[in-house]
Design a protein around this ligand. Structure first.
Ligand SMILES: Nc1ncnc2c1ncn2[C@@H]1O[C@H](COP(=O)(O)OP(=O)(O)OP(=O)(O)O)[C@@H](O)[C@H]1O
Ligand SMILES: [Mg+2]
Length: 383
C-alpha cells in the first residue's frame, strides 16, 4: 500500500484529501505546516507528497527544495490556491511533479497521483536496469601476473595518474581500462573510448578536440570532441601506437596544459580528464623507429600495466574455460555443459595467439558442436 504525506495548514483541506485517499486504499500522514512536513518527510518513507504553497513557517516552495535534497525520488504534487498559480508553475520548474488547484478536483487528483507513482516506478526500474547493464566483466585468473594487475588497479585507480596498458591482441587491455575507471572517483563520470587506429589521421584531431562549424569543408556543424565528452571522467585512448605524429603533438599539449582548442576555434577549454592509453605495440621500439614521441610516451606511461599473454599464464585457463562455459550457457538460457579433464588439458596446451578473445570463441564453438560433455576429441576436431 502506497503512503502519502499531506501538508496543508487548512484542516478542512487535509480532511477532504485524507478521506479521498484512504478511500482509494492509500495510507496518509498529515502535517499542518512545512516545518512539520519536513520532519515527517525525513523520518518517514513516503511514496508521494501533496503540499500546499502558502503555509506558516516553511512554505511549499521551501519545502520542495529541502525535500528534493533529502530524497529527489519522491514525487511532490503542489496544491495551489487561486492566488498563486504562478508560484505553482514555478514549483514545477523547480522539480515538483505537477500541481492541482484548490478546491481539488477528485478525478484530476487521483490521475495525477497515479501518473506520479507510475513514473517513480519506471525511474526506479531504469536505475536497476542500468546497474545490471553496466556491471563489467570480472577479471578472471589467479596467476601471479593477474593478481599483480588487480593489485595495481586497486592502488592506482583512485589517483589521477595516467596509465599505459600494454599487451597482445585480446589479452584484456580494455578490461583493465574499464576497471581503472570503475574503481576511480570518476566512475560516475563518463568513460569515453577512442580507437586511434580506426580513425583516419586527417580526422583524428577533430575527433579528439572537436571543431567549430565551418572550420573545414565537411565541418557543417560544431562538434564536441572526445576530450570534452570525457569531462569529469576517463578518456581511453586505445591503439595509441597507431596515432599519427601530428596528432601525438596535439595530445601531448592537451596533457601538458590540461586545455584543448577545438579545430578552427580560438578559445582554450580546460579539460578535467584522466587518460588511460593502450597498445599492442612495443612503444619503445616505436620511439626508436621515430614513429612515437618519447615525451608523449613518458606523459602517458606514469603507471605501466602489462597484461601478459594467455600463453604466459596457462594456469588460468581452467578457470577461464569454466567461467566462459557458465557465461555462454546463461546467454543461451541453457544449463552449463560439463567438460572432461582431458579436454581442459588440451586447451591448456594450445598456442593462444588471439589470447582470451580466442579462448572464448573456442569455448563457444565447443559448446555448440559437442555432445552432452565436451571431450578431448571435440577439442582436437574443432580447434
Ligand atoms: N581476465 C579476464 N577474465 C575474463 N574475461 C576477460 C579477461 N581478460 C579479457 N577478457 C575478455 O576477453 C575479451 C577481450 O578482452 P579486451 O577487449 O579487453 O582485450 P584487448 O587487449 O583490449 O584486445 P585488443 O588488443 O584486440 O583490443 C573481452 O570480451 C574481455 O571481456
Ligand atoms: Mg582493445
Amino acid at each position: 500500500m502506497a503512503s502519502i504525506l499531506i501538508i496543508d495548514d487548512e484542516r478542512a483541506i487535509r480532511n477532504v484529501l485524507k478521506d479521498i485517499l484512504n478511500n482509494e486504499g492509500y495510507t496518509t500522514v498529515e502535517a499542518s505546516d512545512g516545518e512539520a512536513g519536513l520532519a515527517q518527510f525525513s523520518a518517514g518513507n513516503f511514496d508521494l507528497v501533496l503540499c500546499d504553497i502558502k503555509m506558516p513557517k516553511v512554505d511549499g516552495i521551501e519545502f520542495l527544495q529541502k525535500a528534493k535534497d533529502i530524497n529527489p525520488d519522491v514525487p511532490i504534487i503542489i496544491i495551489s490556491g487561486h492566488g498563486n498559480i504562478e508560484t505553482a508553475v514555478d514549483a514545477v520548474k523547480k522539480g515538483a511533479f505537477d500541481f492541482i488547484s484548490k478546491p481539488p478536483d477528485l478525478n484530476r487528483l487521483l490521475i495525477t497521483i497515479r501518473n506520479a507513482m507510475d513514473k517513480t516506478t519506471l525511474v526506479k526500474e531504469t536505475k536497476v536496469l542500468r546497474k545490471k547493464v553496466s556491471r563489467i566483466q570480472e577479471i578472471i585468473g589467479e596467476s601471479t601476473p593477474i593478481q599483480k594487475i588487480k593489485e595495481t588497479i586497486e592502488k592506482v585507480a583512485a589517483t589521477d595518474a595516467r596509465v599505459l596498458v600494454t599487451g597482445e591482441n585480446g589479452s584484456g587491455k580494455e578490461l583493465v581500462a574499464k576497471w581503472l575507471h570503475e574503481m576511480s572517483n570518476r566512475s560516475q563520470g563518463p568513460l569515453i573510448e577512442v580507437n586511434c587506429a580506426a580513425i583516419p589521421s586527417e580526422l583524428i584531431e577533430s575527433e579528439l578536440f572537436g571543431h567549430e562549424k565551418g572550420s573545414f569543408t565537411s565541418a557543417v556543424k560544431q562538434r564536441i570532441g572526445k576530450f570534452e565528452q570525457a569531462q569529469g571522467g576517463t578518456l581511453f585512448l586505445d591503439e595509441i601506437g597507431d596515432m599519427s605524429l601530428s596528432a601525438q603533438a596535439k595530445v601531448l599539449r592537451a596533457l601538458q596544459e590540461g586545455k584543448i582548442t577545438r579545430v578552427g576555434g580560438d578559445k582554450e577549454i580546460a579539460v578535467d580528464v584522466r587518460v588511460v592509453a593502450a597498445t599492442n605495440k612495443d612503444l619503445i621500439k616505436e620511439v626508436e623507429a621515430k614513429n612515437f614521441r618519447l615525451d608523449l610516451y613518458h606523459r602517458l606511461g606514469v603507471i605501466l600495466i602489462h597484461v601478459p599473454s594467455l600463453n604466459e599464464r596457462r594456469e588460468d585457463i581452467p578457470l577461464l574455460v569454466q567461467h566462459f562455459i557458465e557465461e555462454i550457457a546463461k546467454e543461451y538460457g541453457q544449463t552449463p555443459k560439463a567438460i572432461a579433464a582431458g579436454a581442459v588439458e588440451l586447451l591448456k596446451k594450445h598456442n593462444w595467439t588471439g589470447n582470451i578473445r580466442e579462448l572464448r570463441n573456442v569455448v563457444e564453438r565447443l559448446i555448440i558442436l559437442s555432445g552432452k560433455e565436451i571431450q578431448a576429441t571435440d577439442v582436437k576436431s574443432y580447434i
